[in-house]
Design a protein around this ligand. Structure first.
Ligand code: ARG
Ligand code: ZN
Length: 442
C-alpha cells in the first residue's frame, strides 16, 4: 500500500507528510532507576491512568514515555514515591523527525531536503528544485540502503532483485498474506548441498522496531554479495529469511504512528494483535493480554493471525529442511534471549542454549559491539507467552531458538537513528555466524 500523494517539489515538509500522522510533540522519554517492590506498582498505575507507556529497560531501570500533559503529574508521583529518573528525550517528535534521513517518495525517486551532514554519505545524488534526489532505482536495480530505514516496497524490491541477480543462490517465495493482503516473503539462500542444516531468521514481528528489518536485510546483503568468503557453516546452511513478518504494522509505523507495535487486525483504537503473543505454544499465559486494546493482546486464539500461521505452515510444511536454529530479531535492550519466555523455567538442554548465547555475546563484543545480556527470556526480561521463540523450541523442535533484542539501551529506544544501522547490523551478523556454527554441529 502506498500513501504517497503527488506533491509539488517546493512543498513544505508538512504538506507532503501523509495525512493523519500521529505526532509525539512534547512527549518525553524518561529513564527511571531503582524501580523495585511497590515502585513497580506506581509505574503500573500511571500507565493505567494513561499518563505513560512503558518502553523497555531492565527490571529495575524502566524507560517510560510520558505524555506532554502529564509531565508535571508524573514527576510529582515519581518524586513522592522515591523513584529517580532522568529525561533522555525531551521531545519525541523531534527525535522521530531526525531518525531517518529520507522517507518521502516522489515519482520514482526518493526525495528529501537533507541536512548537509547526510549528503556526503549518499551516492548518486542529483537535485530537483530545493530537494535532493537519491539514486533513481534503475541504476542499482533496487532501492535499499543501510543508511536509512526503508519502506516495505523497497525491501520487497530488494528480495526480487536478489532472486533475479543470483538465481543459483537465491529464491524468493510468498508464504502468506498479511491481514491487509501484503505478501509475506521469504528469501532462501542455499548452495544446494544436500547435507545442509536449515536456519530460520525473521525480523519485523513488531512494527516499530525498525532496526530489525534493516539488520536482517544487511545480513542478507553480506551473505549474498560475499558468499564465497563467508565461513563454511554459513555457506553450508539453507537460510530461510523473512525480513518483515508484519508488513501492515511496519507500513503503519511509517505512515501513521511511529510507535505502532502490533499487526493491523480490526480497526480503530483497539486494532491489532501482538504477533509475538500469538504463536501456539503455551498461548494465552503470563504476559499476554486478552484485551484487544492493549499492546500485548495475544489474539482470539493461537495462530489466529495470517502472519503467524504463515510461519507455522511454512516451517511445518517444509519437512525436507533439517531445521536446527530459529532467530528472531527485535529491539531494543541488547539481549540474547532463549526459551522459555512463557514462564521462569528453562528447557532440559538450556546449557547448550546458554553456552551458544554466550558465544553470541562475545562475538558481538569482539566486533566492537556493546554488552548484550544473555539468558532465558522470562527470567531475564519478563514472562510473555505465545512468543515465536517458544513455539520454535517447543513445537517445531528447533534445537537453538533465540530472540535477539538489538540496540540500543534506552538512549533512543525504538527511535534509533539510521546512523546506527551499520554498527548494529554488523554485530548481529557476527551473532548469526555463531548460530550457523552451532547449527552445523547440532
Ligand atoms: N520483547 C519481546 C516481546 O515482548 C521479548 C520476547 C522474548 N520471548 C518470549 N517468548 N517471551 O515480545
Ligand atoms: Zn519486539
Amino acid at each position: 500500500e502506498s500513501t504517497t500523494t503527488a506533491a509539488a517539489t517546493n512543498a513544505t515538509e508538512e504538506e507532503v507528510e501523509p495525512l493523519g500522522r500521529i505526532l509525539y510533540t512534547g512527549s518525553q522519554l524518561w529513564k527511571t532507576r531503582g524501580v523495585t517492590g511497590d515502585k513497580v506498582k506506581v509505574l503500573a498505575a500511571l500507565r493505567d491512568e494513561n499518563d505513560i507507556s512503558m518502553w523497555g529497560g531492565n527490571t529495575t531501570s524502566i524507560d517510560i514515555l510520558v505524555k506532554p500533559d502529564s509531565l508535571d503529574k508524573v514527576k510529582e508521583r515519581l518524586t513522592d514515591n522515591g523513584i529517580e529518573f532522568e529525561v533522555v528525550i525531551d521531545d519525541l517528535q523531534r527525535a522521530i523527525d531526525e531518525e531517518n534521513p529520507t522517507d518521502i517518495e516522489l515519482d520514482d525517486r526518493r526525495v528529501r531536503k537533507l541536512p548537509y551532514k547526510y549528503i556526503l554519505a549518499w551516492r548518486g545524488l542529483s537535485s530537483l528544485g530545493n530537494n535532493l534526489v537519491l539514486w533513481p532505482s534503475a541504476n542499482w536495480g533496487h532501492r535499499l540502503t543501510w543508511q536509512a530505514y526503508h519502506r516495505y516496497s523497497d525491501i520487497e524490491g530488494y528480495l526480487d532483485y536478489l532472486a533475479q541477480t543470483y538465481p543459483d543462490l537465491c529464491t524468493v517465495q510468498t508464504i502468506g498474506s498479511s491481514v491487509q493482503g501484503k505478501a509475506i516473503r521469504v528469501l532462501k539462500i542455499s548452495n544446494g548441498n544436500p547435507g545442509n542444516k536449515a536456519i530460520w531468521m525473521d525480523g519485523g514481528i513488531h512494527a516499530r522496531e525498525w532496526i530489525s528489518p534493516a539488520t536482517v536485510t544487511f545480513i542478507i546483503n553480506q551473505f549474498v554479495s560475499n558468499f564465497e568468503s563467508e565461513p563454511a557453516a554459513v555457506q553450508n546452511t539453507d537460510w530461510y529469511i523473512t525480513p518483515v513478518l508484519n508488513p501492515d504494522g511496519y507500513e503503519y509505523s511509517h505512515t501513521r504512528d511511529r510507535l505502532w507495535r502490533k499487526n493491523r487486525k480490526g480497526g480503530g483504537q483497539c486494532a491489532g494483535v501482538d504477533l509475538n503473543r500469538n504463536f501456539g505454544y503455551r498461548w494465552g499465559g503470563r504476559g499476554a493480554s486478552k484485551n484487544p486494546c492493549t499492546e500485548t493482546y495475544g489474539g482470539s486464539g493461537p495462530f489466529s493471525e495470517p502472519e503467524t500461521s504463515a510461519v507455522r505452515n511454512f516451517i511445518q510444511g517444509n519437512s525436507a529442511a533439517n531445521w536446527k536454529a530459529y532467530i528472531s530479531f527485535h529491539s531494543y535492550g541488547q539481549y540474547v534471549l532463549y526459551p522459555w519466555g512463557y514462564d521462569r523455567v528453562v528447557p532440559p538442554d538450556y546449557k547448550d542454549l546458554e553456552s551458544v548465547g554466550r558465544k553470541i555475546a562475545s562475538a558481538i563484543r569482539s566486533v566492537g559491539g556493546p554488552h548484550y545480556t544473555v539468558g532465558p527470556a522470562a527470567n531475564t526480561l519478563y514472562p510473555a507467552s505465545g512468543g515465536s521463540d517458544d513455539w520454535a523450541k517447543g513445537m517445531a523442535k528447533f534445537k537453538y531458538s533465540y530472540t535477539i533484542e538489538l540496540r540500543d539501551n534506552g538512549r533512543y529506544g525504538f527511535v534509533l537513528p539510521a546512523a546506527y544501522i551499520q554498527p548494529t547490523a554488523t554485530e548481529a551478523l557476527a551473532a548469526v555466524r555463531v548460530v550457523a556454527e552451532a547449527a552445523a554441529a547440532a
